[in-house]
Ligand binder design. Structure first.
Ligand code: F6R
Length: 611
């Protein structure tokens, strides 16, 4: 949801900014732009379209400055256009700003500034920011560097909403100020140079030492120093963190797309998620969650709250928590949870699942749960992400950077980690210990079984060629298989733009079956031995009406279907980790057949930092 990057050092800033923007493009790709400080002041080059288009935009070659900021946009206020692209400048052209987030009260601020004779060129919410900075700079009583900081701090006090900001001024050619609130921003420390970015992987090839800003903190950055301030401009200390990720993890490694790479990485990412947390015949280790038997016995409900694919991981694991811990579980979309006054108190445990750790609705939902007295656990993939700084406890999936907008390896890692959390609780509660031990054994075998699933993709690719021109596809399943159907359907629509819906198999005949006619594709997941016959009956209902069928199963089926993908057997409870993979691959090849940009589907962004 917009990516920002910055550089201050001795090298030419432009190639570093462009490189960072390419890596942040997954966050939005409606337009891109950069600003640098040249000998004669601030210079902005921006354009509608992708970073590649920016690279060919008039004026880009003239940028030689060694300090600069860059932006790749996911449009919210104002259509994608060159004028609406960032960076935005104030009327005096002394301040340039890039912004990730949304200024909710921008209309009022615009009126205020207009009453002071400021003019606006764009339709964006962001353009009020450089003008407010100019306004407060002019009226500031401070001098030197503090005048620049003071103008920005006063501006931030006026802003409602979310923002990660990088600000340059022609009057401070050797400095940059950054600040964040509810939008991500990291600072990478180099030798006589510093980097800024929306995420760590984008600048990981330049440095492994990072400072993570908290909400309402400012950094005043020079080539060889960074000073941190709180919202009242008191100086604060910050610890530099060394990140152990390998820069290569954020590259395609010879794969055509990040999504294909990430699908194929699942055996490895699941091994990382398991780590040393579970092993045969010993107790589950999750030292990051310090909850005891007395507390776990006292809770009467667990909420799993998330968005999109992460929410589907919640649906997939609800039966594990209920089956092992014997505590009722409710799964909710964060955007609903936060506005429906959910019944929670100190006897509720709330688990928030988010790959990025930056999803605005999920963070707001966590804050709400905390305010009502619930204990909160964050399940995230991104070290130091915003949610991890709000939650009582954080456990990381360790799936490695996920770059493709459509989530794949994060989903399977979330399921495995949630399953491990459920086992951990059940062991503390001393409940269903035999089932826990069986499930642990099955989890430990998942990486090898995933390797097997990934070897058999030819039939899926062929089926994709047969159906890629279709307009509607239905996904069905019962119980846990229905949760996988939901994820398969989401994957297909987001990267292939084919309309699809997921239904519980038995529910189809209560309405949606009216849409099944000759040639419509029905995809079904079938992994529960107890429900095979019933699910096959549901499939025959659609076959009779002319549907083409694509089945993912680990069961013997006594009927012919158009395509059957057989996956290894495992406990039904953890089967989504295997059964989702053919659906990810099907969506991938359909998108490729249609010639679409798999990694960057239209209208989407990887990290949804606006509500
Ligand atoms: C779909 C997808 C999204 C995300 C959702 C939540 O492929 O990636 O549905 O799952 O936006 O994102 P996180 O997990 O970062 O909170």
């Amino acid at each position: 949801m917009c990516g920002i990057v910055g550089y201050i050092g001795k090298k030419e800033a432009k190639p570093i900014l462009i490189n960072g923007l390419f890596r942040l493009e997954y966050r939005g790709y409606d337009s891109a732009g950069i600003a640098t400080i040249e000998n004669n002041g601030l210079k902005v080059v921006k354009n509608k379209g992708r970073v590649n288009d920016l690279n060919n935009t008039k004026g880009i070659d003239s940028l030689k400055g060694t300090i600069g900021i860059g932006h790749t946009r996911w449009a919210t206020h104002g259509k994608p256009s060159s004028t609406n692209s960032h960076p935005h400048m104030d009327n005096s052209e002394n301040f340039a700003v890039v912004h990730n987030g949304i200024i909710e009260n921008y209309a009022d601020l615009k009126e205020f500034l207009k009453s002071h004779k400021y003019k606006f060129l764009s339709e964006t919410d962001t353009e009020v920011i450089p003008n407010l900075i100019h306004f407060y700079f002019e009226s500031s009583k401070k001098t030197g560097n503090m005048r620049f900081l003071d103008a920005i701090a006063n501006t931030c006090k006026m802003l409602k909403g979310s923002y990660a900001l990088e600000i340059l001024s022609s009057m401070y050619p050797d400095n940059m100020i950054v600040v964040r609130k509810d939008s991500p921003l990291v600072i990478g420390k180099g030798v006589e140079e510093n980097y800024i970015s929306s995420d760590i992987p984008a600048i990981l090839s330049f440095t492994k030492d990072f400072y993570l800003l908290n909400d309402n903190e400012f950094a005043f950055i020079s080539r060889d120093s960074i000073d941190f301030y709180d919202s009242e401009l008191n100086k604060i200390d910050k610890e530099c963190q060394n990140i152990t990720w390998n820069a290569g993890a954020a590259e395609k490694d010879g794969y055509a797309d990040f999504m294909l790479k990430e699908i194929n990485e699942q055996p490895k990412s699941i091994r990382e998620t398991i780590g040393s947390r579970i092993s045969k015949n010993s107790k589950t280790l999750l030292p990051d969650i310090d909850l005891d038997k007395k507390y776990l016995n006292s809770i009467n409900k667990i909420f799993i709250v998330a968005c999109g694919t992460a929410m589907h991981a919640g649906y997939a694991t609800k039966p594990i928590f209920e089956g092992l811990c014997e505590i009722p579980v409710e799964v909710d979309a964060a955007s609903e949870f936060r506005y429906r006054n959910p019944l929670i108190n100190e006897k509720t445990l709330c688990i928030f699942v988010t790959q990025s750790g930056e999803t605005a609705d999920t963070i707001a939902a966590l804050k709400l749960a905390k305010s009502k007295g619930a204990k909160t656990i964050a399940i995230s993939n991104v070290i130091g992400s915003s949610i991890t700084r709000e939650a009582d406890y954080t456990v990381y999936t360790h799936a490695g950077p996920e770059i493709a907008v459509a989530s794949t390896k994060a989903y399977t890692s979330q399921i495995v980690l949630l399953a491990i959390v459920a086992i951990y609780f059940a062991e503390i509660l001393e409940k269903n210990l035999e089932k826990c031990s069986e499930l642990k054994n099955d989890i430990l075998l998942l990486p090898t079984k995933l390797e097997e699933v990934l070897k058999n993709t030819d039939k899926i690719k062929e089926f994709a060629k047969k159906i890629y021109k279709e307009k509607d596809v239905f996904f069905i399943g019962r119980g846990i298989d229905y949760s996988v159907a939901q994820e398969g359907s989401l994957k297909l629509k987001e990267i292939s733009y084919i309309h699809s819906e997921a239904y519980p198999s038995g529910e189809l005949k209560h309405g949606a079956i009216a849409l099944i006619e000759n040639g419509v594709t029905v995809v079904s997941v079938l992994t529960n031995r107890m429900l095979v016959e019933k699910s096959v009956s549901n499939l025959l209902e659609v076959v009779t009406r002319g549907a083409k069928t694509f089945i993912v199963t680990n069961q013997e089926l006594n009927h012919d279907f158009d395509e059957v993908i057989t996956i290894p057997k495992t406990s039904t409870l953890i089967s989504p980790v295997l059964s989702v993979v053919p659906l990810q691959i099907l969506a991938y090849y359909i998108s490729k057949e249609k010639g679409l940009d798999v990694d960057k589907p239209r209208n989407l962004a990887k990290s949804v930092t606006v509500e």
